[in-house]
Design a protein around this ligand. Structure first.
Ligand code: ADP
Ligand code: MG
Length: 467
């Protein structure tokens, strides 16, 4: 990888764009706990084949990824990729939003490779790319191909405030009632993977709860309640699939190849006008690797590579400032202890479930809002009213697998596109989740922030705006 002056007329390598560099964050406990194995067998070979540089870090505990991204030098990376379920991406998004430079930081392209049990965003990416609905390793392969392709789509975030005043940023959903109950209560079935949600649904159906509360919202558009306003709008810019499966060798599992590439990455020096270092020189600080991470949890092979490359094995202590509230102002929201603005609509009901979702999928097989786009500027508010029969509820949930639940015209099932919402539980006990993560129970509200983040979707998508 050393540089010599290119003979005149030849393309000098220094004129070519440098290979992309991705920070891969892997939660070894996501899903059934096989993320590392899937990464080694599926992800790394494809990324290597696509000539993308990477640094893989396994998280050691909850919020590790959140802390890491608060402190990294963003200039070193072309993207941050979560290898887990949606929960790890939630950490990354919020870690970036907690930085003083959040406005720039949140523009970092974010990728997700599905190795968790809740893989909603990966399923949405797969769907928007025009692929068939799929699960497991096939979904992972599709998403890795799209990641290698690299195109980025703006992503809406929703700022969510809870009763204690804590504010976080959500890319998927806020849920209360049936859906959040299933999500959290099915944790104990984690060992069976995504099927835990089906099992959890059956358990919950057997003892169906209803929850009294007030639901307030700011409608997005006049007269749009109860019907979808945006149907599948875009695929690839040219209307076709971005590419066919095949050109990348899906079956490459030669870790030696990855190792070789990894070693190259360690030693590769950014082309500069300065004299080229001799092969025996230590790697420069501008070489591929960021040296500020802990590798304690990496495989022995990778650690050996790092040792060979003369890079430190331990991270400096992460200095976490108290979590600060950053991010754009919530212009649609009144403080939670004050009434909602007059332009809002309020319903008081016994609910089976309330769901605010901003992606097409709530899970790989929950095609909840087929018309939702990454950057449509909309929160899709759904609620199910008490009085629905168990049979109708089962039919509704079965239909969400194919996204045909809207055709059922169930009077207990309501959909409203909104820009902001507030949930005020009047039933004392219950579960609230943001992006599948449990949060304090009590009043909660959120509003959309249009296109503030960037998601690696692999497909150039026409910008959608509802504003
Ligand atoms: P899944 O879809 O399987 O639930 P997630 O990505 O949602 O996978 O992760 C589940 C939870 O694990 C999230 O709350 C995440 O913050 C947390 N987490 C991330 N890394 C670790 C770790 N190393 N050990 C334990 N929990 C972790
Ligand atoms: Mg959306």
């Amino acid at each position: 990888m050393l540089w010599t002056k290119a003979p005149s007329g030849e393309i000098s390598r220094s004129l070519l764009p440098r290979p992309r560099r991705l920070l891969l964050l892997l939660n070894p406990f996501g899903g059934k706990g096989n993320a590392l194995q899937w990464c080694q067998n599926h992800i790394l070979p494809m990324i290597t084949e696509a000539d993308i540089g990477f640094n893989l870090i396994q998280t050691e505990r909850q919020n590790h990824a959140r802390e890491l991204v608060q402190n990294i030098n963003l200039a070193e990376w072309d993207g941050i990729v979560s290898i887990s379920g949606d929960g790890l991406l939630y950490e990354v998004v919020n870690g970036l939003m907690e930085r003083p430079d959040w406005e720039e930081a949140i523009k970092m392209p974010l990728g997700i490779l599905p190795c968790g049990s809740g893989n909603a965003v990966a399923a949405a990416i797969n769907f928007r790319a025009g692929f068939e609905q799929t699960f497991g390793q096939e979904l992972l392969t599709n998403c890795t191909l799209l990641l290698c392709h690299g195109a980025v789509t703006p992503l809406d975030l929703v700022s969510v405030t809870t009763a204690s005043g804590s504010r976080s940023f959500s890319f998927l959903s806020v849920a209360w009632g049936f859906i959040s109950d299933v999500d959290i209560e099915s944790e104990k079935f984690r060992h069976i993977g995504p099927a835990r949600f089906t099992l959890g649904t059956m358990v919950r159906l057997a003892s169906l709860n209803t929850y009294r509360g007030r639901l307030s919202y700011l409608p997005a558009l006049e007269g749009t309640a109860h019907r979808p306003i945006l149907r599948s709008i875009t695929m690839a810019a040219n209307g076709s699939l971005p590419f066919q499966h095949g050109p990348l060798h899906r079956t490459v599992s030669d870790l030696g190849l990855c190792k070789e590439r990894h070693a190259l990455c360690f030693q590769e020096v950014e082309p500069t006008d300065e004299p080229t270092p001799s092969p025996s020189s230590p790697p420069s600080s501008s070489s591929f690797h960021s040296s500020s991470f802990s590798f304690e949890n990496l495989s022995e092979e990778l650690v050996a590579d790092r040792r060979e490359a003369g890079l430190p094995m331990t991270a400096p202590a992460v200095s976490l400032s108290p979590q600060q509230v950053h991010g754009p102002p919530d212009e649609f929201l009144a403080p939670l202890d004050q009434p909602v603005p007059k332009s809002w609509v309020t319903v008081e009901e016994d609910f089976v479930s309330v769901l605010a979702i901003y992606q097409s999928h709530l899970g790989a097989d929950l095609f909840m809002a087929p018309f939702a786009c990454f950057n449509d500027g909309l929160i899709h508010l759904f609620y199910i009213k008490a009085g629905i029969s168990r049979a109708a509820l089962i039919r509704l949930f079965l239909a969400t697998e194919k996204g045909t639940h809207f055709d059922m015209e169930c009077p207990h099932f309501i959909h409203i596109p909104v820009r902001a919402f507030r949930i005020e539980p009047l039933t004392h006990k219950g579960i609230l989740t943001i992006d599948g993560e449990r949060v304090e129970y009590g009043p909660i509200q959120g509003q959309i922030h249009h296109s503030v983040a960037n998601l690696i979707t692999g497909v150039n998508q026409v910008k959608i705006t509802a504003f």
